[in-house]
Design a protein around this ligand. Structure first.
Ligand code: UDP
Ligand code: MG
Length: 311
């Protein structure tokens, strides 16, 4: 029977959470009374996660496991699961139980009301202050830069209709951000409020560095505003320096040549050199990604798919 709902879960070193996650998720899905499937992607875990997932796949016909050849990141893990998903509605979820599985019916209901993409907004988010402020900053900047209206980019508890997932599957970019990608294909996006829990076991897989990298993906993947801002800044600076040169010219005739202020000059210079390097860096971010795309290496490597028919 083709499933009506596909649950997609990326897993990276989550041995402490998997049992509890499945223990809560499975009854929720059974109670919904619709055919469903659960697809886990093991993103190159180094702990017992893969083994536990394989056991789940062996004992439950609804469960399939995509086994990656290494760590390709959360978004690639979701992509790979999307490719083999069959449900009319596809729900993504984190494995760490920060998104309560009990909220899934709420998302499904919203899709059935006519939304083709349903995001979720975390009520009383349970993360550290630093993590929350970082996310707040990201959310605001992304909204400004990409022009997409989404209250909570980071929350992965989301539901998508089949046609949106099919469109995502046609994208072959190797660095991406699924919620933003989905948003570009959405015709009627909706949002629901969901609860958010603290991570119980293990720790967040995102260090500050990885978080920054991810945000560059988001920024460069969905907007060229950073480049345009720099072009604009360049124009403004040139205009200003022309005005300043004119001012100095006039001043030279009126008051005479100026000699002091060498260090002020240095300060101003360093400031502009800093901005220039920053600008080159931003261009580099785009160029690097272009390079990544033109090489056309596989985005991820699936070693095997376990479960069901054992394709
Ligand atoms: N994850 C993954 N590959 C990675 C990093 C994370 O598949 O390289 C998974 C992880 O197992 C979890 C989800 O992505 O299911 C979200 O990760 P995490 O909870 O560490 O992120 P945070 O909640 O801090 O944003
Ligand atoms: Mg988490």
């Amino acid at each position: 029977m083709t499933p009506y709902i596909s649950i997609v879960i990326p897993v990276y070193n989550e041995e402490g959470n998997l049992e509890r996650l499945f223990g809560r998720l499975y009854p929720v899905m059974q109670n919904m009374g619709r055919p469903f499937e659960i697809i886990f992607t093991d993103d190159g875990s180094k702990d017992r996660s893969l083994e536990m997932l394989k056991n789940l796949a062996a004992s439950h016909e609804e469960v399939r496991v995509v086994e990656f050849n290494g760590n390709f990141g959360q978004h690639m893990a979701i992509m790979a699961a999307f490719e083999i998903s069959r449900g009319e509605i596809v729900v993504t979820l984190d494995a760490d139980l920060q998104n309560p599985p009990e909220e899934i019916p709420k998302l499904i209901a919203a899709v059935e009301r006519g939304h083709d993409v349903v995001g979720s907004v975390r009520q009383k988010r349970q993360d550290s202050f630093a993590r929350k402020s970082a996310s707040l900053m990201v959310n605001v900047i992304t909204r400004k830069m990409t022009g997409m209206q989404m209250s909570d980019y980071g929350c992965m508890l989301r539901a998508y209709r089949r046609n949106v997932v099919d469109n995502i599957n046609r994208c072959s970019e190797s660095s991406t951000f699924i919620p933003a990608l989905a948003q570009t294909f959405a015709t009627n996006p909706g949002e629901v409020a969901v609860a958010h829990a603290e991570r119980v076991e293990g720790e967040s897989k995102y260090s500050l560095y990885r978080l920054i990298r991810l945000n560059f993906d988001l920024m460069t993947g969905f907007s060229v505003v950073p480049l345009q801002l720099f072009a604009l800044l360049g124009i403004l600076t040139s205009l200003f320096s022309v005005a300043f040169a004119l001012f100095l010219l006039v001043r030279r005739f009126v008051v005479g040549a100026e000699v002091e202020g060498v260090f002020t000059l240095f300060a101003i210079m360093f400031f502009f050199i800093g901005i220039t390097i920053f600008g080159i860096g931003i261009v580099g971010e785009y160029v690097g990604r272009i390079y990544q795309e033109v090489r056309q290496r596989p985005r991820y490597v699936v070693r095997r798919v376990h479960g069901a028919a054992d394709e």
